[in-house]
Design a protein around this ligand. Structure first.
Ligand SMILES: N[C@@H](CCC(=O)N[C@@H](CS)C(=O)NCC(=O)O)C(=O)O
Length: 210
């Protein structure tokens, strides 16, 4: 299978951690994509194979033998169903809804983090400080909400917990430790799970430029 990635993307990292946790990394060819800073606001030219794989022109994208999937949600669902017997996200029942509750908060943080990043790549009068603050505040509110839920987390490092850990890791890497003030209990939990091999081997790094 071919997975289009960058080391900076939290959406990619979420998929890569699931792959590591499922123990199926030897099944993948990782294709590193390169992005000019203009990606945040403009259509940028990308290699034909990437555009063919994903008309959305976003990462992650998975080209598997039987299917091509163009967002992290469907990719994780496919991998978990095919190789994990749905152990990363229950298919039904209260366990699923509780996991989705956590997952939705963590995904809202990832979305806000990436929109904030795209806005920060604008310069001068094009950049909206209001919008940047709105995305920061959205993230902090969701971190505070997750902080209330840490007591119910349990031991499993499933999709909801993986996405939560990715949101903490991205904020720390891109924006500094400020999120920890909003979510001190979550921060203590994160410091433990950040030691897992799947987290260590996927630590964020700057997007390759072209
Ligand atoms: N909902 C999508 C979001 C993917 C996404 O936004 N990826 C970003 C990188 S973190 C991207 O490729 N952005 C490029 C663009 O929007 O042009 C998913 O779950 O995969």
């Amino acid at each position: 299978m071919r997975l289009y990635v960058t080391p900076a993307s939290p959406w990619v990292r979420r998929v890569r951690i699931c792959i590591e946790e499922l123990g199926i990394s030897d099944r993948f060819d990782y294709v590193q994509t390169k992005w000019p800073h203009a990606w945040g606001t403009r259509t940028v030219e990308m290699p034909a194979d990437f555009v063919a794989a994903t008309p959305a022109v976003r990462i992650p994208a998975l080209v598997a033998g039987d299917v091509t999937l163009t967002d992290s949600h469907s990719i994780v669902d496919y991998l978990d169903g095919t190789f994990g017997t749905h152990r990363l996200l229950a298919t039904d029942g209260p366990e699923r809804w509780q996991a989705l509750e956590i997952n939705a908060l963590a995904c809202a943080i990832l979305e806000a983090q990436i929109m904030r990043r795209a806005e920060l790549l604008r310069t001068g009068a094009d950049r909206s400080d209001d919008f940047i603050a709105k995305m920061r505040d959205r993230g902090l509110r969701c971190f505070a909400a997750l902080d209330e839920k840490v007591a119910s987390f349990g031991q499993a490092f499933d999709l909801a917990r993986i996405t939560t850990a990715v949101s903490c890791g991205y904020d720390e890497w891109r924006y500094g430790p400020g999120w920890r003030e909003a979510a001190p209990t979550l921060a203590a939990w994160y410091d433990t799970v950040a030691q897992r091999p799947s987290m260590k081997s996927t630590e964020p790094a700057e997007t390759p430029q072209r």
